[in-house]
Write a protein that binds this ligand. Structure first.
Ligand code: UDP
Length: 253
């Protein structure tokens, strides 16, 4: 079999040239990184879980009319997506104060926000992905005002959908990050949701206990990351329920 061409290796995924022009294969690795890759580890099974979870979210979003790059899952670790040009911005939506917002503004982690807040970060590891204003984005031509409007609308639609989905399984969607790409179709281009949506890029808290079910477990050494992601996947019905143990047949009296 011909060796396929690697396009890019990131922190959590590898991109390969897809089978048709305009397609890409996304391979989900088990590597976990945090704090701009200062902390690194391999979490067995994380890639498989994120591949399945991202498929679940992208498929759902597609079905409610949010355009995405997702085509289909190929196997345990790979999915086929449409090739697009990633806009160099991380779009973050927050419902509850946490992480960098709590630190920057001194708002206690867990404080509900008066309305969802959309923020943009410029994707540049050497700068530590700085927060940028809409004026900076337009001035430096990372996106034009029309793109920005569309990105905010898309981010809020993703927030509504994901919040509802998580609420249904007893999980609060605290915040998340998405990436958006330009898809070129002939003379036209449209914006689509790209990259992945998984517990690597969301904050998810159990509604009853407040237990963290996301990458903060890895960032702050709070327990087993793969177990938490499995819990999310199981609640969403993406992974089969854990068996109740191998106790064998019980004697009926
Ligand atoms: N996030 C991400 N990748 C990044 C930065 C942030 O996926 O490079 C996600 C993060 O998991 C959280 C949200 O975006 O769900 C907001 O992150 P925050 O700005 O609070 O930064 P952090 O505290 O993660 O450094």
């Amino acid at each position: 079999m011909a060796r396929r061409r690697m396009i890019y290796e990131g922190k959590a995924k590898i991109l390969y040239e897809g089978p048709e022009p305009g397609t890409i294969v996304q391979y989900f690795k088990d590597d976990a990184t945090a704090f701009n890759a200062e902390k690194k580890d391999v979490i067995e099974g994380k890639g498989v879980l994120n591949n399945r979870l991202s498929e679940h979210f992208m498929t759902g979003l597609n079905s409610v009319g949010v355009p995405t790059h997702f085509i289909k899952r190929l196997n345990m670790r790979e999915q086929l997506v449409k090739a697009c040009e990633i806009i160099p911005l991380e779009v973050v939506v927050r419902n509850i104060a946490a992480g960098s917002m709590s630190k920057r503004l001194g708002i206690a982690e867990g404080t509900p926000l008066p309305r969802p807040i959309v923020e943009f970060y410029y994707k540049d590891d050497s700068l530590g992905d700085p927060l940028v204003s809409e004026d900076q984005i337009v001035a430096f031509q990372w996106a034009n005002p029309q793109d920005l409007d569309e990105m905010v609308t898309m981010a809020l639609r993703v927030n509504d959908f994901m919040s509802g989905l998580m609420f249904g399984v007893g999980i609060k969607l605290v915040d998340f990050k998405i990436e958006i790409g330009r898809l070129f179709e002939g003379d036209f281009q449209r914006l689509v949701l790209a990259d992945e949506i998984s517990p690597d890029s969301c904050r998810l808290w159990d509604m009853e206990t407040g237990q963290k079910l996301d990458k903060d477990i890895f960032r702050h050494d709070l327990g087993n990351l793969a177990d938490a992601y499995t819990e999310v996947a199981t609640r969403l019905g993406v992974m089969p329920k854990k068996s109740s143990g191998t106790t064998g047949p019980t004697l009926v009296k």
